[in-house]
Design a protein around this ligand. Sequence first.
Ligand SMILES: Nc1ncnc2c1ncn2[C@@H]1O[C@H](COP(=O)(O)OP(=O)(O)O)[C@@H](O)[C@H]1O
Ligand SMILES: [Mg+2]
Length: 452
Amino acid sequence: MSKTKVVYACQQCGRQQTKWSGRCPDCGEWNTLAEEVLQAKGAQPTASLGADVPRPIGTIGGDAAPRIACGLAELDRILGGGVVVGSVTLLGGDPGIGKSTLLLQFANLVAQAGHKVLYVTAEESALQIKLRADRLGAGSDRLYLLCETGLESIKTHVEKLKPSFVIVDSIQTLASPEIPSAAGSVSQVRECASQLMYLAKRGGVCLFLIGHVTKDGSLAGPRTLEHLVDTVLYFEGDRYQSYRIIRAVKNRFGSTNEVGIFEMTGTGLSEVKNPSAYLLGQGGRGIPGTVVIPALVGTRSLLVEVQALTTKTSYGVPTRRVSGADFNRVCMLLAVLEKRVGLHLGIHDVFVNVVGGIFVDEPTADLGIAVAIASSFRDRATPPRTVFVGEVGLGGEVRGGAQLASRLQEAARMGFEKAILAADCLKGLDVLPRGIEAVEVKTVAQTLDLVL
Ligand SMILES: Nc1ncnc2c1ncn2[C@@H]1O[C@H](COP(=O)(O)OP(=O)(O)O)[C@@H](O)[C@H]1O
Ligand SMILES: [Mg+2]
């Protein structure tokens, strides 16, 4: 075996140093340095994809990257319209959330569409996968199963079988004999991923890697992999509830911030066809502090419920808790409400929550959040079937509203009748969606006079 050298690598930022320390000097994170064994020159796969020469950019083929859509519309959308041939996708998530289920379903769908798929299971036995496949109705002839943890053997099988898709479940359980450390260590994970990636890029194979995220970090998290792969998807949701959200946090071939909403059923994950209905839920309407906003999530508009609760502070310093929205933005809105509207929020605890696990970080949600806080403060509910769109400035003025047409369409589709929005932002809109009345406002104070 070639000569090796031991270094300590930060799992957050990738910094390498020869001595261990409790805190990474670069990113400042604690306990992120892990021992890694570096191979001497020659053992690392090279990233070169062949003999290329510099060419003028205009002479390079103008076709968009070829994509393969699997038919699960939610998944295709997160990937930017299908899987790009030769791309590497990492799917991360807590144990039991449904990663194997999703990718087995996906594997079956693309196999049914005529592509050869190799599902490598390094975690479960072939029988376990078969039982799951029976439950999901995955029985395509083109779907091949391989129970293997050794990297070299997997590479040989991929080269022999020549599949279009390779799914590795999971990357943390693979091991390369080149690396002396145990499966799951940072160097093993990185080595196995880069070798498979090299294979995928060279052969035009779509590679999917499943990565575990554990709370105690005992397995090397997929953090180190995020830099290597083209697309990173995170599977979120409470595994005791049936809804799951998949989020693209990195995508070299499409939009990030895109989310796909699925429901876990006995026969696998099914797409939620009407995510706004799921996000709005049943309750909440008519309660002070609850407001609906049409938020832009990735490339589509979804109606989400913003809830706020204000209570008199019982301890010295008022508490502010925000989930699903930007904390600093909410603090700014509190200051605007205090100064421009005269609400004495300085002696109140404020809690803001966006329902359904969606993170709304666009300024256009400002008006809705401000109205929700004021509605709870005054203990008066906002009118039913009304949505709020607009960015709030420090002077209390309301403006803006990107992609208004798609937001209003979604509101109209969900049976909302009134949209409160910034004066003059309707200019760019040709027609209002049927059933929606637009009410233009100039300031937050005017909005509150109107609705509370
Ligand atoms: N018979 C079943 N009916 C409904 N859901 C099931 C059934 N069996 C397993 N599940 C769901 O599948 C989940 C496990 O999915 P799995 O794909 O193995 O997760 P992961 O690979 O992320 O660890 C369980 O948490 C459960 O929600
Ligand atoms: Mg699994």
